[in-house]
Design a protein around this ligand. Structure first.
Ligand SMILES: NC(=O)c1ccc[n+]([C@@H]2O[C@H](COP(=O)([O-])OP(=O)(O)OC[C@H]3O[C@@H](n4cnc5c(N)ncnc54)[C@H](O)[C@@H]3O)[C@@H](O)[C@H]2O)c1
Length: 251
């Protein structure tokens, strides 16, 4: 089992990509600290892990809240004694509007969760990893972190920032055995995309046709890439933003 006895924090683990990553990492032997603002969802994720013979604990963590984030990292240390992997995945999608029509509260929410949240997680995860043998951090950015996203400028700005954070912190800890990479999914079949299409039905065709494969990514396909970056098999990959979009960005 590739991740046997590795300890992994996953934020936003109640749903979508976070839940799939938690389940897949647990099946490879990792001990999972699953966190989210959605308590019933994250509890269900851990129930699924335990039912399949894996190991995991859960807690409520709002990634915008420094006390919650510190407690999340402390839970990993108290439950399992170390931290090897952190998947900073919690995120919000924003609303489909032209930039001038976005209200300030939406801007603040998207930036607080998607950018401040990732920074705050790394702020507490890195000292825990340094206290051990190092680790691997995977921040979930987006295809909107490398391309503009018409009608969702705050989201694109937030995901570009995640890639900037990832590269900068990767440089800071390259000699301390901590690697920091980002994953940039194209449209993937999760509640975030379903909600987007429900809110703006004309998005449906755009979402489906954005990739030359004419399909969405699956959460398992994104989890596979996260696991590749978490695992020692990617030991020379650092500061990279790995795009998984079925070819959408090469058109
Ligand atoms: N689905 C896609 O097409 C897609 C594409 C590119 C990037 N992403 C990114 O992937 C990540 C996961 O999204 P998903 O598609 O699985 O969506 P999702 O909505 O299924 O999952 C996001 C999770 O984050 C949690 N969350 C929201 N705000 C939070 C907060 N303040 N603190 C802690 N948890 C919080 C939610 O409760 C939810 O469980 C996000 O960062 C998203 O931006 C998704």
């Amino acid at each position: 089992m590739a991740l046997l006895n590795k300890v992994a924090i996953i934020t936003g683990a109640a749903s979508g990509i976070g839940r799939a990553t938690a389940l897949q990492m647990a099946s490879l032997g990792a001990k999972i600290v699953a966190t989210d603002v959605n308590m019933s969802g994250v509890e269900e994720t851990v129930s699924l892990i335990l039912a399949r013979g894996g190991e995991g604990v859960f807690t409520r963590c709002d990634v915008r809240d420094t006390n919650d984030v510190e407690a999340m990292v402390n839970l990993a240390l108290s439950a399992y004694g170390k931290l090897d992997i952190a998947v900073n995945n919690a995120g919000v999608g924003g609303t489909m509007q032209n930039a001038p029509d976005v209200d300030e509260s939406t801007w603040d929410l998207v930036m607080d969760v998607n950018v401040k949240g990732v920074w705050l997680c790394m702020k507490y995860e890195i000292p825990a990893m340094l206290a051990g043998v190092g680790g691997s951090i995977i921040n979930i950015a987006s295809l909107a972190g490398v391309l503009g996203f018409r009608m969702n400028a705050p989201y694109a700005a937030s995901k570009h920032a995640v890639i900037g954070l990832t590269k900068s912190v990767a440089l800071e800890y390259a000699r301390k055995n901590i690697r920091v990479n980002a994953v940039c999914p194209g449209f993937t079949e999760t509640p975030m995309v379903t909600n987007l299409v429900d809110e703006a039905p004309r998005m449906g065709d755009f979402v489906m046709n954005s990739s030359p494969m004419k399909r969405l990514g699956s959460v398992e396909e994104i989890a596979n890439a996260i696991i590749y970056l978490a695992d020692d098999g990617s030991s020379f990959v650092n500061g990279h933003a790995l795009v998984l979009d079925g070819g959408a960005s090469i058109q």
